[in-house]
Design a protein around this ligand. Structure first.
Ligand code: FMN
Length: 385
């Protein structure tokens, strides 16, 4: 129902995101879009580029008077650094730049160069860079603008950086707690663990090294009945996993307790069902992360992901030159030491987009008014079920 495409290179003119399928009448505020992009820069351990730029959004289409028109929404984020890179990145005529021939292990550099037959890895790295997530965050911010009208909120927080991890992993935070994650430099809800994480980042930075970690995205207020059990590509767990897994450097995704369930007894691994007049059906635990059989069950949707350490290092790894075939040090681009807090924000966008899509699939509606009425009716029917 919701589709989105983006275009742009890391040091190109800008990033363009086009989202098609938004209903008419959804309030869209430029300040909100820009604050979401600013959140993509958060986190202790980021490189100098994060401080250099501010992402400003131009709305090119699909919005009138601060509300969506139902037509494709086009958002452009110009690249503040592009002027400096004109000779290297100009789309017009020949570029004036030495080819980059030292592929970085852990990046798309070598695999992409072989696949596309280029001897200049800049042809690959400019697009494989995580700068591309500007487009995803724009699309996610539009999805959040829709979800918030239905009182659905998507937040994230960091569970682990390097070997430092929170002590209470497994407990879904209350909505107000999760909403406050940005107040911590590591976007971690456990102050003591956050301190240990920052110490790890400092140590890795001193040693020219980098770190990965684990983050969690939680969506609150999601009604039961989104997604479906009937076919593999309709299962919402699979759709959420694909959206989060496709974020650069994410190497594993789990729903709810995920990998932990593998080691548990069946008698403990599911969430017993309760019912009350006030709440309808509900659970006291949420090991399933709000999804059973690929369908939301009314509990918060919980998706966790593991991010590998940043592959570009201040003390570069060895590689082989594409042309001379000599052993050389890998190319060095400015790099983050740790980007787990930012990856969590990007994953919020990915989850929000998939949920908005699933909601529109379930309820349809050309306008927010129509969608809102159907949503309220759905909630009434489910409560009385
Ligand atoms: C928010 C974010 C920031 C990142 N920053 C960097 C960086 O500064 N340097 C780097 O080498 N990789 C960085 N990465 C990771 C690479 O983009 C990623 O590892 C690379 O594209 C290879 O993709 P893969 O790890 O998914 O195979 C970042 C990833 C994210 C999500």
């Amino acid at each position: 129902m919701l589709r989105f495409l983006d275009s742009g290179e890391s040091h190109g003119a800008g990033m363009l995101a086009v989202v098609e399928g938004m209903p008419m009448g959804v309030p869209v505020r430029r300040e909100f879009l820009e604050s979401e992009l600013a959140r993509r820069r958060l986190g202790y351990g980021r490189g100098p580029r994060m401080a250099l730029e501010r992402d400003e959004v131009e709305i090119l289409g699909g919005v009138r008077g601060g509300r969506t028109l139902g037509s494709p929404v086009a958002l452009l984020v110009r690249n503040a650094e592009h002027r400096k890179w004109l000779k290297v990145m100009s789309p017009y005529g020949e570029v004036e730049a030495e080819p980059l021939t030292r592929p970085r292990p852990g990046h798309a550099d070598l695999a992409g160069a072989i696949k596309y037959g280029t001897r200049d890895i800049r042809d690959i790295l400019e697009r494989s860079s995580a700068r591309e997530t500007v487009g995803r965050v724009c699309a996610g911010a539009l999805a959040k603008s829709l979800l918030v009208c239905l009182d659905i909120h998507v937040y994230s927080h960091v569970l682990q950086v390097g070997e430092a991890r929170v002590t209470a992993a497994g407990e879904t935070p209350r909505r107000e707690e999760a909403a406050a994650a940005d107040e911590d430099p590591m976007r971690c809800l456990d102050r003591e663990a956050s301190l240990r994480m920052r110490e790890e980042v400092d140590r890795a930075r001193r040693e020219g090294d980098s770190l990965g970690g684990v983050f969690e995205v939680v969506a609150y207020g999601v009604p039961p009945g989104l997604g479906s059990h009937v076919h593999w590509d309709r299962r919402l767990d699979g759709r959420l996993a694909a959206a989060v897994m496709s974020i650069q450097a994410v190497k594993g995704v789990e729903v709810g307790e995920g990998f932990l369930l593998a080691g548990m007894r069946g008698s403990l691994a599911s969430d017993p069902i309760y019912h009350s007049k006030r709440r309808g059906f509900y659970r006291r635990t949420n090991r399933a992360g709000g999804l059973e059989g690929g369908i939301t069950n009314g509990e918060p949707v919980v998706v966790r992901a593991a991010m590998k350490p940043i592959p570009t290092l201040a003390s570069p790894l060895e590689t082989v030159d594409l042309v001379t075939k000599e052993r050389v040090a890998a190319a060095v681009e400015r790099a983050d030491v740790c980007a787990v807090p930012a990856a969590a924000v990007i994953a919020e966008s990915a989850v929000a987009f998939v949920l908005a899509d699933a909601l529109l699939e379930k309820l349809g509606g050309d306008s927010l008014e129509e969608l809102g009425a159907r949503f309220r009716d759905l909630k009434r029917r489910y409560k009385a079920f």
